[in-house]
Design a protein around this ligand. Structure first.
Ligand SMILES: NC(=O)c1ccc[n+]([C@@H]2O[C@H](COP(=O)([O-])OP(=O)(O)OC[C@H]3O[C@@H](n4cnc5c(N)ncnc54)[C@H](OP(=O)(O)O)[C@@H]3O)[C@@H](O)[C@H]2O)c1
Length: 284
């Protein structure tokens, strides 16, 4: 069998960049995308990596990208839809333009890329798609509702596609990373003119989220999702604060989980929550 090929979007930094190195290190060919010409050298020197320009906001470019990616190495076995960014702040102070742009990148671009690769994977009766969602899609973080809604859309789309593509041997999976130290937090599209009423609670919430895990762990989970051959599992989590979620939800049930998470987000975490839910481990 010739060398397997993966396509990864948003590889200038963070999870995407680490995933390129992880797959290339395991002998895969990688089609890595960046959106800025200045990042075309991001993977310079790594054997088997071709770096191409793609702004995922451009749906026509996304829809054409399946064939372009296939042509690079003559096959495609997996796709990681990783590109995304964080729009944050109270919804009241978030403009509709910010809402549309968040969904254009995190949801509509991702859907177009899924569509670009589905015919290839369906016809070859194999393929893995990893759509990057977030733990915020599991519910209940304030000042994050627009981003959270975009990531919940990704998770929900993935569940539907998983069911739709299983008969063709195609695996579609969602990744829910916990809080990780990447460049995403230096590029936040924040809501402007936030009413003063929100400020005290926002300050409290922000102090709860300063410890962030090493993103290399998430690149490792991405690798596992692609190679584990598990055709049943849809949702994967990364980071200690992510990996605990399915277990804690199972223990508490949906409503109690939501109450405990909400209390935690007001800096009023119960002893039960603190015992059940590990914190991120600070990256070096
Ligand atoms: N870090 C976390 O704690 C965390 C938690 C849950 C989920 N996530 C998700 O993980 C994914 C990767 O984020 P990260 O944390 O690794 O952050 P990152 O270091 O900022 O990486 C995000 C990547 O996406 C790219 N990107 C953004 N908008 C794009 C567009 N329109 N077209 C093409 N590429 C675009 C960025 O390119 P530029 O360099 O050009 O901006 C960058 O390469 C995102 O989907 C994010 O929502 C992150």
């Amino acid at each position: 069998m010739s060398t397997q090929t993966i396509v990864i979007t948003g590889t200038s930094s963070g999870f995407g960049r680490l995933a390129v190195a992880r797959f290339a290190g395991a002998g895969w060919n990688v089609v890595a995308t960046v959106r800025k010409e200045s990042d075309l050298g991001a993977h310079g020197g790594i054997e088997g990596v071709k770096t191409l320009l793609l702004d995922v906001d451009d749906e026509q470019a996304d829809l054409a990208f399946g064939e372009i990616a296939f042509a690079q190495f003559g096959r495609v076995d997996a796709l990681i839809n990783n590109a995304g960014y964080f729009q944050a702040g109270p919804l009241e102070a978030t403009t509709m333009d910010q809402v549309h742009r968040q969904f254009q990148t995190n949801v509509f671009g991702l859907i177009a890329l899924n569509k670009a690769f589905l015919p290839i994977f369906r016809e070859q009766r194999s393929g893995v798609i990893v759509n990057v969602s977030s733990i915020s899609a599991d519910g209940g973080f304030p000042y994050t509702s627009n981003y959270q809604a975009s990531k919940a859309a990704v998770a929900s789309l993935t569940e539907g596609l998983h069911a739709e593509m299983a008969e063709f041997g195609v695996q579609v999976k969602a990744l829910h990373p916990g809080n990780h130290m990447t460049r995403i937090f230096s590029k936040v599209d924040t809501a402007k003119d936030v009413p003063a009423d929100y400020v005290d609670s926002m300050d409290v919430f922000n102090t709860l989220n300063t410890v962030r895990s090493d993103p290399a762990g998430t690149a490792e989970v991405m690798f596992r999702m692609v190679v584990d051959g598990d055709r049943q599992k849809v949702h994967y989590y990364s980071g200690p604060d992510g990996e605990a979620i399915p277990r804690v939800k199972q223990l508490l049930g949906q409503d109690w989980y939501f109450q405990e998470l909400s209390a935690r987000n007001r800096a009023q975490a119960s002893p039960l929550w603190n015992a059940l839910m590990p914190q991120p481990v600070a990256a070096n």
